[in-house]
Write a protein that binds this ligand. Sequence first.
Ligand SMILES: NC(=O)c1ccc[n+]([C@@H]2O[C@H](COP(=O)([O-])OP(=O)(O)OC[C@H]3O[C@@H](n4cnc5c(N)ncnc54)[C@H](OP(=O)(O)O)[C@@H]3O)[C@@H](O)[C@H]2O)c1
Length: 264
Amino acid sequence: MNLGLTDKVAVVTGASKGIGLAIVETLGREGARVVAGSRTRTPELAALCERYGVTFVPVDLGEADGPDLLIHAVAERHGRIDVLVNNLGATHPRTGFLNIDDAEWRTVFDLTFFSAVRTSRAALPHLLADDGGAIVNISSINARLPFPAVVDYSAAKAALSNLTKALSEEFAPQGVRVNAIAPGPVRTPFWTDPGGFAEATAAGTGKSAEETLDEVLPRQMGISTGRITEPREVAELSAFLVSPRAANITGAEFVIDGGQIKTT
Ligand SMILES: NC(=O)c1ccc[n+]([C@@H]2O[C@H](COP(=O)([O-])OP(=O)(O)OC[C@H]3O[C@@H](n4cnc5c(N)ncnc54)[C@H](OP(=O)(O)O)[C@@H]3O)[C@@H](O)[C@H]2O)c1
């Protein structure tokens, strides 16, 4: 299926690895002019810059002025914006609600929620000016399944899912669609990096991080398909949602979790 994304200008946040990197790759392959925002350019992102002419903007999106800097750079480079993927989000394993101070709550909200608020606010005037466009927010199943180990992150993702609906209501009449994707566990450096969530989950179980991701986690979490999600699968759903093929889809949230959530 041709998604009709050729020459669309697409901004992706948190783009140097994991899901963001996969989204950059998929949009680049579809012919979009992609701008990737993150603090560093990994070798994998550098390869995509080379292969698909992706523009890298080094930016800390946890800082209040980071989103403006990113969107300003895109407008200068391309003069228009058609697509925004708010992919950035971050969490740390918590030992309990009583051990999380205000500064930690603020950091998680800055990265997971306010980065999307600020980047959307900066990008929307451009999206509105150029025949409309589309935003996809990468939320999480934790927006509706708030685990104690990620209590702050879950609350920030719930806010992001809620924001998605409000923005979709306000801007649909002016041609901007806003949707969300809520993944369950996805095989990204967040899990696979040394010291990442897979190692933390495996600790004391006698299983390796890899075995934990492939076998233990899907079983423990009740993932019906028996496996976690691959970044490419989230990226392909994102590309569809921002494409003209999804022209009448807005205010929706798509769960991609292998059947982990059991309610309708
Ligand atoms: N992985 C999962 O299981 C899972 C499940 C559900 C939802 N999600 C959501 O999916 C999104 C992507 O997750 P992921 O697992 O792919 O993350 P990841 O592997 O940890 O990658 C995070 C990305 O964000 C960038 N980043 C971090 N801090 C930043 C900052 N201050 N400013 C700009 N960029 C920053 C990182 O690049 P730099 O370090 O170079 O800045 C990197 O490119 C997040 O919103 C996450 O909450 C993930």
